[in-house]
Design a protein around this ligand. Sequence first.
Ligand SMILES: [Zn+2]
Length: 355
Amino acid sequence: MNAVQLLKFLVSIPSVSGDEATIADNLSGILVEEGFRIRREGNIIWCTLGKRERPHLLLLSHLDTVPPCAGWKSDPFKSQVEDGKLIGLGANDAKGSVAGMIVAAREIQHENFEGSITFAFVADEERGGEGIRTIKPNLGQIDAALVGEPTSLQVCTAQRGLLVLRCTAHGKATHAAHARLGENAIHKAARDISRLTVMEFEAHDDLGATRAQVTQITGGLMRNQVPDRCDFFVDLRTTPNLDHGTVAAEIGTRLESEVAVHSHRYEPVATNASELVVRAALEAADASAGVGSVTTSDWAFLKGIPAVKVGPGNTNRSHRPNEYLLLSELAAGVAFYSRFVHTYFRMAAEEVVHA
Ligand SMILES: [Zn+2]
C-alpha cells in the first residue's frame, strides 16, 4: 500500500477512543506482513528499529479519533478522495501522521543507522492520554521524541498545557425576601468570576498570555431562595513558564470561593532551540524557527524528553465535520518524516565525531 492507500485504509476503520481494537488488529497485521517486529499492549502498537540502543528516537502518533460531530456531508467512516482531498474522520487528526510515519519506517527498515528508533501508535489520545502513559515505562531511555499531529508541518517547540479548577462558592440559604439573613453563593461566584476574567499571568515568548475561562457553572435550587452553593469550572491553557501548582495556589488566595484542582496532568511543555531534535526538525522542514501550539497532545506526557510536534494537515480541521487531508499534504508529510529521521541520526553522528 502506498501512503494514500494506507491512509484510506486507516480512515475506513472506525476508531473512536475506546474502540480501537479493530484498527490495532489491522495495522498490526500490515506491519507484521511488511517485516516489522511489533510489540502490542492493548490497542497500542510499537516497534523499534536499529542496531544500537542510543541515541533512541521516538516517533509517536495516535490511532483514535473523537466521535463524529454533526454536519458531515458524507459518511465520516468512509474515506473518499475528491479534489485532491482525502475526506474522512481522523484523516487530519492524526491518521495522516500515522500513515506518514509508517511509510518513513518502511524506508529506513533495512538501513544502517547509528541508534534506534521506536514508532509508536497509541490509543486513547483524545480521551486522556492513557495510551502513551501505559507504554512509556516499556520504551526504555528516550533521547528525543517527535509527536505526529497536524501542525501544517510547522515545527512546534512549545505546547500549552491544561489546568482545570473546580471552584465552590459557599453561602447561606434563606428566603429570597429575607436575603439579608443569608449569603448569596451565586453572587459570591459572580464576584470571583469577575476577578478571574481580569487575572493576568506571566506571558510566554512564543505562546503569549494565559487567560482563565469559566466554562461551566451550576447553582441554586429554587427561584425564591438565596442559594447556599454555586460551583464553577475554570479552564486555563497554561504556558511552559507557569507551574500548575503555583497557578492554582495563586488563584486560591485571590478568590472567595474554595478552589480545588480538578485536572493538572496536561503539563505545558517546551523544547530549547539548541536541542538536536529541534535543529533536525527545522532542517528537515526547511524552517528557521519553531512555533508555539495552543492544543495539547500526548507530548504533555513526555515532559523531560526533548521533543517537537510536527505533522501534515491543519489543526483547524480537527474535531470538525468533513475533516480532510490534502493528498499534497500527505506526500509532504511522508517526505518530512523520512528527512527528519535521516537528519536526526546524521546530526547525532556528527556530534559524536566532534565531541
Ligand atoms: Zn490528535
